[in-house]
Every structure is written in structure tokens, then in C-alpha cells.
Write a protein that binds this ligand. Structure first.
Ligand SMILES: *Cc1c(COP(=O)(O)O)cnc(C)c1O
Length: 370
């Protein structure tokens, strides 16, 4: 039997009855945008992140872009993002009218650190966006020390770390505003596009809400030029139902990650995903990413065994054609480039069996002996 890279079957089975019932009520109510479902989910998501406010938006990139705009970051400003991330982190900065500045990542963790951000600071730097890549919390303490010393904002990109903890507190609650995506394959996923921003600042929350609703907080009165980026009522209802299972799904991801670690011990040249080193800091295993110098051959061996894998991400952001204008060259940000060259994501999702993990690991072990 082939092992797909990803399957939502187990998650759907857990919520199918609740979704069917909720869908009937949703159709009967005929309220599709900004209804009680959105309010309920926003309250639940704010609780999950330990913040005073959550504002639902259309997707993760908009969550980042609107956060920047709500904080007053725009044309003439620079915002530092990691070169090793999904491209939306950088594109949101461009969308807000600011300049994304790519920083290298730590060789070991693949995350932004104070040491990798510092060389990229200029008098125009207004914000830094660390990404909790693959579910691994970025070192927020040192990054916050740096941003507050320079009077800059920190915004978390929490798209891959739903339910993660950093030094005892949930991620998504540390920055001036924190963005997330509920793209269907994220740890908490909608049945389509969806996103949210969390903040403790009532003024920022209000401005975010306005910016995502044509700059309006009163019908037909438009205070500033906004966009249409709202969390769908139906997606909010789905997310509220799925959120009740997130802790249990995260526990399953952790169990599977530990199992991979065990099975893959002592495979020559294979690097395991790094574990958090800071106290009371918990990974949520959005992805289980190994590194290997012959990554493409390893991926081919797994493909031959009918095992699905993906590469997150094959091209670092600074070398994407979209950012040609920044005139980066290969070699500029070597750690990010090395991650792109060597990273391979193995199947890991709620419902993946222990036998499947063993089968994947066996193919990797066999490859390691060649
Ligand atoms: C998924 C993702 C986004 C973008 O989310 P969309 O909802 O697809 O716009 C941004 N940053 C990271 C790190 C992501 O993984």
C-alpha cells in the first residue's frame, strides 16, 4: 500500500458528524460573512494563544500584511524575514508596501535568531517576523530583546505552530500582532482559505478589523483604504469544531515524531529534526523534516517505495525570481541555502500508523547503507 505524504481522513472522520449538523444550521441561518460563528471562533483562538483579541481574516498572507498595516508599517520601511520559509512571509511585507529584507537562519535549527537578524538591521528596519518553522518555536526571548532595544515590532508568523509553547506560554501571543494561516493542511486547517491575527492591543485589533473590511467599521463609512479579507462564517464554524481536537492531534504528532527519531537513530549522514533547547518549549511537528546531503536520491528511493515526501522549501526566498530585484546571489545566505538543498519532509499526520512510520524509516535506513 502506498503511504501518501498527507491525508486528512482521520481528522475528517473525527468531526464528520459535528460538521454535518453544523452545516444544516449554517444553511438555515443564511448568515455567511461576519456572523456568530466568526465571533465564537475568534474568542476560542484568542484563548488558545493567550491573547486579549483575535481577528479572523481571509488567509495567512493577509494576516501578516494586515498586521503590518495595522501597526503602521508600510512604504519606506524595512521588515526582516527569514530566507528559509514559505514565500508568503516575505510577500506579505511587499503587499504592505514595505521592503522585505531576507536574513539567514541558524544552521542547526533553521530559525531566525538575534545573531542572524543583527547584520541585516538598518535605520529603516521597523519590524522582524520570526517563523516557527515546521512547528519549532523560534527563540523569541533573544529576538524580543533585540526588537525592543531598537524600538521595532516583532510579529510572529505562527502558521506552522498552532498550539506550540515557548517558555511556558503559547506561541502567537508574543508579538505586537501575530499572524496565522488555517490553510487546509496546517495543524488546524479549514476547508479552504482562512487566517487570523492575535494581539493584546485593542486599538490594533480594531484597525485590523477595519482594514480587512474595506476600511470600514460602520456600514458605508470608510475611514481608510482597506481590502476585503474576512474569515468566512463557514470556515470559522469548521475551525471551532476542529479546534476541540487540536490538543489530541498534536499529541499524536509528537508520538509519531518520537517514533521516527527512534527508528532513524544512527543512520549515516542523516540529520534529525532539531528539538527545542529552551525550557518549557514545545514543538508541534507541523512537519517532520530530515536533512541529507543526497536528499534528491533519498526522495527518489522513497518514491520507488511508493512513499510520498515533499521539500519545504526547494528554493530559499532570496533566490526566488519574484525577488530578483534584491540582487541576491547563491552564497549570500548559506544556511538557508543548505536547508533548501538538504531538507526532506517525511509523512506525519494524525491517523498515520506506527507501522507506516516503521516502513518509511526502513526505506531511509536501507538508503543510509548505500
Ligand atoms: C501557510 C503559511 C503562510 C501563508 O498562509 P496562506 O493562508 O496560505 O496565505 C505564511 N507563512 C507560513 C510560514 C506558512 O506556512
Amino acid at each position: 500500500m502506498p503511504i501518501p505524504f498527507y491525508s486528512l481522513d482521520a481528522q475528517h472522520a473525527a468531526v464528520a458528524d459535528a460538521l454535518r449538523e453544523a452545516h444544516e444550521a449554517f444553511m438555515a441561518r443564511q448568515w455567511f460573512v461576519l456572523g456568530e460563528g466568526v465571533q465564537r471562533f475568534e474568542a476560542a483562538w484568542a484563548r488558545c494563544c493567550g491573547t486579549a483579541h483575535a481577528v479572523g481574516v481571509g488567509n495567512g498572507q493577509d494576516a501578516l500584511m494586515l498586521s503590518l498595516r495595522a501597526l503602521g508599517v508600510g512604504p519606506g520601511d524595512e521588515v526582516i524575514v527569514p530566507a528559509h520559509t514559505f514565500v508568503a512571509t516575505a510577500m506579505a511585507v511587499s503587499q504592505a508596501g514595505a521592503a522585505p529584507i531576507m536574513a539567514d537562519v541558524d544552521a542547526e535549527t533553521g530559525l531566525l535568531t538575534a545573531a542572524t537578524v543583527s547584520p541585516r538591521l538598518t535605520p529603516r528596519t521597523r519590524a522582524v517576523i520570526p517563523v516557527h518553522l515546521y512547528g519549532h518555536p523560534a527563540p523569541l526571548a533573544e529576538l524580543l530583546a533585540l526588537t525592543s532595544a531598537h524600538g521595532m515590532h516583532l510579529l510572529e508568523d505562527n502558521a506552522q505552530a498552532h498550539g506550540a509553547r515557548y517558555r511556558g506560554r503559547p506561541t502567537g501571543g508574543f508579538g505586537a500582532a501575530n499572524a496565522t494561516s488555517f490553510y487546509p493542511t496546517k495543524n488546524l486547517g479549514a476547508l479552504g482559505d482562512a487566517g487570523a491575527v492575535t494581539t493584546n492591543d485593542a486599538g490594533v485589533a480594531e484597525r485590523l478589523r477595519r482594514l480587512g473590511n474595506y476600511g470600514s467599521s460602520r456600514k458605508y463609512h470608510h475611514k481608510e483604504v482597506g481590502v476585503n479579507s474576512r474569515l468566512d462564517e463557514w470556515q470559522a464554524i469548521v475551525l471551532d469544531i476542529k479546534l476541540r481536537h487540536l490538543a489530541e492531534w498534536t499529541a499524536e504528532r509528537r508520538r509519531l515524531a518520537s517514533l521516527y527519531d527512534e527508528h532513524l537513530r544512527d543512520v549515516p549522514h542523516l540529520q534529525h529534526p532539531p528539538r527545542p533547547r529552551e525550557p518549557d518549549t514545545a514543538h508541534v511537528w507541523h512537519l517532520y523534516v530530515v536533512r541529507h546531503p543526497r536528499r534528491d536520491a533519498l526522495q527518489a528511493a522513497l518514491r520507488t517505495a511508493e512513499i510520498g515526501t515533499l521539500i519545504h522549501y526547494p528554493t530559499p526566498v532570496h533566490l526566488q525570481p519574484a525577488y530578483e530585484g534584491l540582487r541576491h546571489r547563491r552564497g549570500d545566505l548559506p544556511n538557508a541555502e543548505r536547508w533548501s538543498d538538504e531538507a526532506l519532509s517525511l509523512p506525519l499526520y494524525p491517523g498515520l500508523s506506527e507501522q507506516d512510520v516503521a516502513r518509511v524509516a526502513e526505506v531511509v535506513r536501507r538508503f543510509g547503507r548505500t
